[in-house]
Design a protein around this ligand. Sequence first.
Ligand code: ZN
Length: 335
Amino acid sequence: MSYTGPHSEPFGPTDPYDPYGPPRPRRSPLRRTLTVALAALVPGALLGWLVYETLGGSGNGGDDGGNGAEGVGAGARTSVTGSPTAGTPDHKAGTLSASASPSPGQDADAATPLKGRVVVIDPGHNVTNSQHTAEINRKVDIGTNFKECDTTGTSTNSGYSEARFTLDVAHRLRTLLQEQGATVKLTQDGDRPFGPCVDERARIGNAAHADAVVSIHADGSAEGNRGFHVILPGAVHQGAADTRAIVAPSKELGKLIADDFAQSTGSSRSNYIGDGTGLVTREDLGGLNLSTVPKVFIECGNMRDTKDAALLTSGAWRQKAAQGISDGIASFLRK
Ligand code: ZN
């Protein structure tokens, strides 16, 4: 967008269309020198920006493993029974872009706006949970009640597991956030036989003093149920659970992620939960109840719907999903 306010005045005529104005002074030698210097600087800065872009300023970290038949436990996911939140999602300011000043010396800060911020990514479930049913069925204390340590998650009808999906999106998201300077920690990286349990997932975010935590999932609902939804923590205060301090910031984080996820993926907000807002508040999830830092879950789509599954199994779509989540987190952290 061009801006022709008073700040542009030193470099141009005050008002070339004013017939009664004073005659324009001849350019002084100093002004001519400045103009020449500027003319030399602008292409240089432009070149610097182009080099930055070429060298990975907008790189994609894809590690798409593609589809594959993988044994998935038959354990169905707990059905979603949360109460939808009232109101409609806010619209927020623009998403992060590489429009910062390209002047030399400012590139480092402009390119790493999330430097010093800590983000914990929680890839839902675990690819090998299905081989450890006894361990993951063990009950853990989530403050409000006891729940299974973890679950196997769902899968598409063709056998692409939710756990593979969440880990792939988590990797893409980690790359995007690290490129912006954030410190990123995953609750699991395919590096443990099962879990972590939901209580430990929450405590990993707490121990990291995370500025934001996002737990990545995909739903297992009926064919025809489509779209994404973001799950926000409800206010609970019981046992080890006390979410009262994180309800408001988590809601803000969730709204921003929902907006940017919709924009980046082109996906619709869920048509089966949340009354079209794409936002659902729940008080029964240990991962949220035990969190002391802003945290949301995102159900990126419905793996059991054929059309949603076609998106969820696409590496290109998962990159858009990761981008949307990254944009939402960045918006939240820059507020
Ligand atoms: Zn899940």
